[in-house]
Design a protein around this ligand. Structure first.
Ligand code: PGA
Length: 270
């Protein structure tokens, strides 16, 4: 099954209007055979969409409710109104900073789907989980707990982000990523059947220009979720380039195959 690669940036609590010039440079370097998406702080969604209408711009979080008395929160309807086409949900920083549970993450995904937005759902084990040999068990449990009803490949991607790899400069080996993605794919197969073969599985955690080619072309890796290295075009564009099919060591997909890839919703609105 052919899945187009998705390279997504996550600006977290970084960036201001001056930084939009980085998005312009990133958009200029985008190529048709790799999907590129950037999640930006809420304050930047509207100006980002205006600056780079051809790039998929997303939020970093969403509230499960459509509106109401939730001071400081942003609904899926608001994200959509601002021009966002997706949101990251369940990031480990939200799970730890804000105590988000799997059930809340699932409700957030369902809110996005109600409003026609795509979701990048993050799951990942802690260092203690990995050291105790329970990494796969914990990630599978998170996946089962947070997978939304109506989960389908045209709007949902899963980002495997080991907590210990985020912002640390440490990454799992390609073999460890392949093993985890295999467990995620098998679990998805149990939960949603044949559609599981088309869901994109991203790897995230200290992805840089130096390790991108190896991680992005490991088996069953369909893209990357990139934090620190997404903040500038100089560090992000090489990761986008590494995702190009031509950069797969053994030429895993031909261009013709890529052109036949499944369409996913994570695309700019324009
Ligand atoms: P990092 O962050 O690339 O800075 O490690 C990844 C993420 O948290 O999505």
């Amino acid at each position: 099954m052919i899945r187009r690669k998705l390279v997504a940036g996550n600006w977290k609590m970084n960036g201001n209007r001056a930084a939009l010039s980085e998005l312009v440079a990133i958009a200029a370097a985008a190529r048709p055979d790799v999907d590129v998406a950037i999640a930006v702080p809420a304050t930047l969604i509207i100006p980002a969409v205006a600056s780079v209408p051809r790039l998929a711009i997303g939020g970093e979080d969403v509230h499960p409710a459509d509106h109401g008395a939730h001071t400081g929160c942003i609904s899926a309807a608001m994200l959509k109104d601002a021009g966002a086409t997706f949101s990251v949900i369940g990031h480990s920083e939200r799970r730890s900073d804000c105590g988000e549970t799997d059930a809340e993450v699932r409700a957030k995904a369902e809110a996005l789907h109600r409003h026609g937005l795509a979701a990048i759902l993050c799951i990942g084990e802690t260092l203690a989980d990995r050291q105790s040999g329970r990494a796969v068990e914990m990630v599978v449990r998170q996946l089962i707990g947070s997978l939304p009803s109506q989960a389908a490949p045209d709007w949902l991607s899963i980002a495997y982000e080991p907590v210990w790899a985020i912002g640390t400069g440490h990454t799992p080996t390609a073999t460890e990523v392949v093993e985890m993605h295999g467990a995620i794919r098998a679990t998805l197969r149990d939960l949603i059947g044949g559609d599981a073969a088309v869901v994109r599985l991203l790897y995230g955690g200290s992805v840089t220009a130096d390790n991108a080619a190896q991680l992005l072309h490991a088996g069953d890796v369909d893209g990357a979720l990139v934090g620190g290295a997404s903040l500038t075009a100089a560090t992000f564009v090489p990761i986008m380039n590494a995702a190009q099919p031509a950069n797969a060591g053994a030429g895993r997909f031909s261009r013709a195959q890529q052109n036949n890839a499944v369409d996913h919703v994570i695309a700019a609105q324009a």
